[in-house]
Design a protein around this ligand. Structure first.
Ligand code: FAD
Ligand code: SF4
Ligand code: SF4
Ligand code: SF4
Length: 392
């Protein structure tokens, strides 16, 4: 059996969880039985801020239950920095999992130590744009919102703890009006994290039960170990998911992928441009760079350290119109950029970095037949080339 409906046995965890608290209960079980040393979860500060927390305290894990859609973080670099050699349980969106896999390929962590509990992902919103959206589309003061949810293609906000004062807008409508998900999420086609150890989400669960049950797909031996541990320890309850639930989940995934293709085409502002126009666009955007280095710091794929080539050009003494720093990064990441949008989120001068990386990486990855972050056994082609040069 591979597909389940699962939920936390404990009523409090079930209630706190986004869809029945299966993920939280599984992590708590893994900690208490010693299957993992620590969990990396997202601590909430209201609905617009989530901070990754590394903990072995099950109470902290319990408090982190629930999904935050306006916290577009990526945990790959955090694992490398703080938990390299720990056995770790971590809820991951597809782009988290892909970053972790790329870091493992670059020998920054041991993938065998990381238990990836995948979360399906329809997308995340930038916290600032979410606030603006709440104010202008919902006509609600952003700070009075107590809860948010994404359900059946709608963004829903609640301004009373009991969920009585509920307002909703269709994501498609919000996005046509310039709000909604980040650019990276609009164009993202990897919605179910099948590269993780298990994939969890509400797609496929009957509507009336969706806050009480998670659809769980077990994908690897580590995923089986997590599930077995949680069942045997009495942390979760599971039942076999019926075929029609799986069909429904697949249909939703296909719909989301079609929407991503739509946005990919729609937001490709250089699609029909002449070479000169493209050149001018890149110059216009990239010359705004102030050499802060933040994009490299957060990139979940980049594994270069302080003496990286691009760093030599990440300062004001690089007085070219377009910083060499940016050009090196574009070249260096062409085979492996996962289009997660982390660089763009932190850029203080709002350079559309995801789109610019996409312009180069999409074509290169197609040519090389390489999709980063999917398969640990596939080596990054340009990384290998560098090693060959070094060997020579
Ligand atoms: C941003 C986001 C978008 C999602 N979109 C979909 C979707 O479109 N369709 C679908 O089927 N499922 C989606 N999910 C998964 C779904 O919301 C539930 O996480 C999943 O069904 C498991 O429910 P649960 O009750 O078992 O999880 P819980 O027990 O509530 O545990 C959730 C865990 O996720 C962690 N978490 C919360 N926010 C984030 C975040 N922003 N980034 C990383 N980790 C986080 C928490 O720390 C917690 O440990 C999404 C999840 C997130 C975080
Ligand atoms: S890039 Fe994809 S996986 Fe990552 S947050 Fe956006 S939609 Fe989710
Ligand atoms: S370059 Fe930007 S979009 Fe690409 S993987 Fe790095 S942070 Fe993500
Ligand atoms: S985050 Fe933006 S401003 Fe900072 S180095 Fe990167 S491109 Fe330049």
């Amino acid at each position: 059996m591979k597909y389940y409906f699962g939920w936390a046995k404990d009523d409090e965890i079930r209630e706190r969880g986004a869809n029945g608290g299966f993920v939280t209960a599984t992590l708590m079980g893994a900690l208490e039985t010693g299957l993992i040393d620590a969990a990396l979860v997202v601590k909430k500060y209201g609905i617009y801020e989530g901070v990754p927390v590394l903990t072995s305290d099950t109470e902290v894990v319990k408090e982190s239950a629930g999904s935050l859609h306006a916290a577009p973080l990526n945990v790959a670099k955090i694992i490398v920095k703080y938990a390299k050699d720990m056995r770790l349980g971590v809820p991951v969106k597809p782009c988290d999992a892909r970053g972790i896999i790329e870091q493992a390929k670059r020998k920054q962590l041991n993938i065998e130590n990381v238990f990836m509990i995948g979360l399906n992902c329809g997308g995340t919103l930038h916290p600032l744009l979410m606030r603006e959206m709440v104010a202008s589309l919902f006509d609600v003061q952003p700070d009075v919102v107590l809860k948010e949810e994404i359900r059946e293609g709608k963004i829903i906000i609640m301004t009373s703890a009991e969920g009585l004062e509920e307002r909703a807008i269709r994501i498609d409508e919000a996005e046509e009006r310039g709000f909604g998900r980040r650019y990276a999420c609009k164009i993202c086609t990897t919605k179910i994290p099948r590269m993780a150890d298990m994939a969890c989400g509400n797609w496929g669960v009957p509507r009336e039960e969706s806050h009480l049950k998670t659809f769980v797909e077990v994908l690897t031996e580590k995923g089986e170990a997590l599930l077995r541990n949680a069942i045997d320890g009495g942390y979760v309850i599971v039942e076999e998911a019926p075929q029609d639930a799986l069909d429904k989940r697949n249909r939703t995934e296909s719909y989301m992928q079609r929407r991503a293709s739509y946005w990919k085409a729609r937001l490709d502002v250089l699609a029909d441009s002449e070479r000169r126009e493209r050149f001018e666009y890149y110059i216009k955007m990239l010359k705004k760079c102030i050499h802060c280095g933040a994009c490299k710091e957060v990139c979940p794929v980049c594994a270069c350290v302080e003496d990286a080539k691009c760093h030599e050009f990440c300062d004001e003494s690089d007085d070219h119109i377009v910083s060499i720093f940016n050009l090196i990064r574009i070249l260096h990441l062409m085979d492996s950029c996962i289009l997660c949008g982390q660089c763009e989120d932190v850029c203080p001068v709002d350079i559309p970095l995801t789109y610019i990386h996409r312009r180069f990486s999409e074509r290169m990855q197609k040519k090389l037949g390489y999709t980063p972050g999917m398969d640990i056994s596939q080596k990054p082609p340009l990384h290998e080339t560098k090693l060959l040069w070094e060997a020579e």
